[in-house]
Design a protein around this ligand. Structure first.
Ligand SMILES: *Cc1c(COP(=O)(O)O)cnc(C)c1O
Length: 383
């Protein structure tokens, strides 16, 4: 049986074949610990240094500003807990927004239980935070603004430059969860005044279980560690480095830098074509998220009158898409992101997220569109 077409690139991506190839020697021949001072260690250290540079190059950072972590979840935890702890004498207030990933929201809840104050900014109907509300929320006690670069459900891209500028002018650190953005849209940590940024390799054709926290300048002046031990990663993140995964992450960044522009153009036009085909058949379909300020590979749509789980079920042998954010699909709760946009439960239950990626071509878009049209029609007939 043919495998279904994968349309869930926001949940994870396959490892690029050249990423895998770059990783392989570091599992076997070059298995050294990068902290060892001998032949094997030096070889591993060189590979780590190279990867650090490849990652820094993609976001216009310096290699020393990259801290390896197990992924964006850990990076988010380190950024929020780490800044809160480091700056506890300066203040106890953090600003974030309602549409963040759980890796930020759940840390914020924990910080509140520890006595910190958190402001959850509203978003407009497209999922964009209000810059005036942000400005008005900053107080003397604010230490951090954490706003995601691009939303994992609806693909809305935040006005990073403007947010960075506001944070900088008010002497507040700016963290962004860029797990969905890095490798897909241009990110420049300097131009955007980003102080801390979470990155995940597996959202950009690298391996799972590896990511980074970018910290501007000297990391230990901005964050305290949450994991203690041998003092790796300039004391911010102890633990023997996962050399093969880091090598793969670096390679994925090198490839992304080369292919970003062409993939951006290719995927955004395929995405638009898919939406046009569906809307031609069902004009009642509405887009969730921003019409233009969105990730090139994200399509999240509301199909009125259609239960998204039922649609997922009857198309499951041909297409794999998501009906909510991957991290909340095991619950039946409506999406907190769509709720923050002001949509009701009915809209949440009738929305699907399609994430496009490298393996998707024009023929597949036609196939997917036909499959969804046929399935929506058959669900309508059942009513
Ligand atoms: C996937 C994702 C995460 C979690 O990343 P992991 O590397 O899987 O821990 C965090 N934030 C956003 C926006 C994501 O899309």
């Amino acid at each position: 049986m043919k495998k279904p077409i994968y349309l869930d690139y926001h949940a994870t991506t396959p490892v690029d074949p050249s990423v895998l190839e770059a990783m392989l020697p570091y599992f076997s021949d070059d298995f050294g610990n990068s902290a060892s001072d001998h032949h094997y260690g030096i070889k591993a250290k060189r590979a780590i240094d190279n990867a650090r540079k490849q990652i820094a190059d993609l976001i216009n950072a310096k290699p020393d500003e990259i801290i390896f972590t197990s992924g964006a979840t850990e990076s988010d935890n380190t950024a929020l807990f780490g800044v809160a702890e480091k700056f506890k004498d300066k203040g106890d207030h953090i600003i974030t927004c309602k549409t963040e990933h759980k890796a930020v929201l759940d840390v914020c809840k924990k910080l509140e239980s520890m006595g910190k104050e958190v402001t959850y900014l509203n978003v407009d109907k497209y999922g964009v935070v209000g810059l005036d509300e942000l400005k008005d929320s900053i107080t003397e006690r604010t230490v951090l603004v954490s706003i995601m670069a691009a939303n994992n459900e609806i693909g809305t891209i935040a006005p990073l430059r403007e947010i960075g500028k506001i944070a900088r002018e008010n002497d507040v650190l700016f963290h962004t969860d860029a797990a969905q953005a890095v490798g897909h849209i241009p990110i420049d940590v300097n131009k955007m005044d980003i102080d801390l940024m979470s990155i995940s390799a597996h959202k950009m054709y690298g391996p799972k279980g590896i990511g980074a926290l970018y910290v501007k300048g000297v990391p230990k002046t901005k964050v305290n560690p949450i994991i203690y031990g041998g003092g790796h990663e300039r004391g911010i993140r102890s633990g023997t480095l996962n050399v093969p995964a880091i090598v793969g992450f670096g390679k994925a960044c090198e490839i992304a830098k080369k292919e970003l522009k062409s993939e951006y153009d290719r995927l955004s036009s395929l995405r638009d074509k898919l939406l046009d085909s569906l809307k031609k058949e069902f004009p009642e379909i509405e887009l969730n998220g921003h019409p233009t300020q969105r990730l090139p590979h994200n399509l999240n749509i509301y199909i009125p009158g259609i239960n998204s789980k039922a649609l997922q079920n009857i198309t499951k042998d041909e297409v794999s898409f998501s009906t909510g954010s991957a991290c909340t699909t095991h619950e039946t709760k409506p999406s907190h992101v769509l709720a923050a946009l002001g949509y009701d439960e009915e809209r949440s239950k009738s929305s699907i997220r399609m994430g496009l990626g490298k393996s998707i071509n024009n023929d597949e878009i036609d196939f997917i569109a036909n499959k969804i049209i046929e399935s929506v029609n058959s669900l309508k007939r059942l009513k």
